[in-house]
Design a protein. Structure first.
Length: 406
């Protein structure tokens, strides 16, 4: 009989693969059409009445592309709708949220040191926050419909900062970052499902009925598509962040997450300006680099603010055998029940990421990982299920620094 845990692991892998495939398709089409729209030549008199055109070459062939501001005179045959990439990216992402964070809530979603929640409470907060995200966003779009779009973007940024802080107050650091990404991705996918596609269907229905479509529907759809364009890169960063404890497991996680959205804006501004033939604003890369440096500093700032000498005494003794012995006891007591050839933690068939921490050789070989995951950050143990004490984390950090001369 096939092992259920192994089957579940492969199902999760399959869903994650589907999520990546559909996300690539969605992001690719989104970036392409934004670049295409910005790069259209609108200074030409087109006999067809199109708003703009562009010639492109790819794969050995030439393509002549025209855009109609509202719609062509007649409904074309074989109209292609770009929507399923978005739908399946969200669906597969939500299924992953269930498989990893809801079914594994005690490992990844709940951190008793942050807020001691029951599983149902944590799941309810998760689902409710995603619904709130769409309601808050679409309300802002309607309130600021005639305002400067920069004002709307600033208002949206305020919501994202608030949610960054909120998630770090209720979930583990890993789950907080992931949920902020899911929060944003839900807005993006709902834009497609609730606004962009319905508006396009209204235009198509008018065409088929012989009516002249109202240009406002295309304008609204373009607004939401532009928002999606600027939100895409931060979502990718947030989805990848769960692999990097310095991003999700520090005291400044919510600030780091907030700054990520600013990097997304600066990077997209560069490409959008270039595609629109408005120059190459290279300053955006300098600003992005400075923000990233600030993020790097914020990830270790709480650690650097502490005085290791006051906390644990002279760091020199951790370069000696006594220091290592203490760290080895900590790792064996707090980590090796999972990171072992035969994990004793219920439900684990193998050591996570095949990292074993059972011998002196294992611990010294993975010293940097132990330092980053359990010393500098609180990524491990997940949700601190083995109750690693703050003083033990300090010992680990001091031992690593002493051994490396850091």
């Amino acid at each position: 009989m096939y092992d259920f845990a192994a089957m579940a692991a492969w199902i999760e892998f399959g869903v994650r693969w589907l999520h990546v495939i559909t996300a690539i398709a969605w992001i690719g089409s989104s970036f392409y059409f934004i670049a295409l729209d910005l790069g259209l030549h609108r200074d030409r008199n087109l006999a067809t009445g199109a708003d703009g055109e562009e010639w492109q070459v790819h794969g050995g062939g030439f393509y002549h592309i025209q855009k109609y501001l509202v719609a062509p005179e007649n409904m074309p045959d074989g109209l292609i709708w770009h929507k399923w990439q978005s739908y399946w990216t969200w669906i597969s992402g939500f299924v992953l949220l269930i498989l990893v964070y809801y079914l594994g809530a005690e490992f990844y979603l709940i951190d008793p040191a942050v807020l001691d929640l029951a599983v149902w409470q944590a799941v309810a907060l998760s689902v409710g926050s995603l619904a709130f995200g769409w309601i808050a966003y679409t309300t802002l779009c309607r309130v600021f419909v005639d305002a400067d779009q920069t004002v709307l973007m600033l208002a949206l940024f305020g919501v994202l900062v608030a949610m960054s802080w909120f998630y770090t107050q209720v979930f583990s650091g890993r789950a907080a970052m992931l949920h902020l990404g899911a929060f944003t991705a839900t807005i993006m996918s709902a834009n497609v499902f609730m606004i962009i596609i319905p508006n396009q269907k209204i235009v198509v229905a008018d065409l088929m009925a012989g009516r002249t479509p109202d240009a406002k529907y295309g304008k609204i759809a373009k607004q939401r598509s532009t928002h999606n364009n600027y939100l895409t890169l931060p979502v990718i960063f947030l989805m990848l962040s769960n692999h990097y404890p310095l991003a999700f497991a520090t005291q400044n996680t919510w600030i780091i997450a907030s700054l990520v959205f600013l990097m997304g804006v600066t990077i997209r501004h560069y490409f959008n300006s270039m595609h629109a033939r408005q120059g190459n604003p290279h300053w955006t890369w300098a600003v992005t680099a400075l923000i990233f440096i600030a993020i790097m500093w914020l990830s270790v700032a709480p650690m650097n603010a502490e005085n290791p000498q006051e906390a644990t005494g002279s760091a020199v003794r951790f370069a000696e055998a006594e220091g290592f012995d203490e760290v080895q006891d900590i790792v064996l007591g707090r980590c090796s029940m999972c990171h072992a050839a035969e994990p004793v933690w219920d439900g684990l068939l193998w050591a996570p990421k095949n990292v074993r921490l059972e011998t002196e050789y294992d611990i010294t070989r993975h010293a940097r990982g132990i330092y980053l995951q359990a010393g500098v950050s609180h990524a491990m143990p997940p949700a601190n299920l083995s109750w690693m004490e703050p003083q033990e984390r300090v010992l680990i950090a001091d031992w690593y620094r002493a051994a490396t001369g850091g």
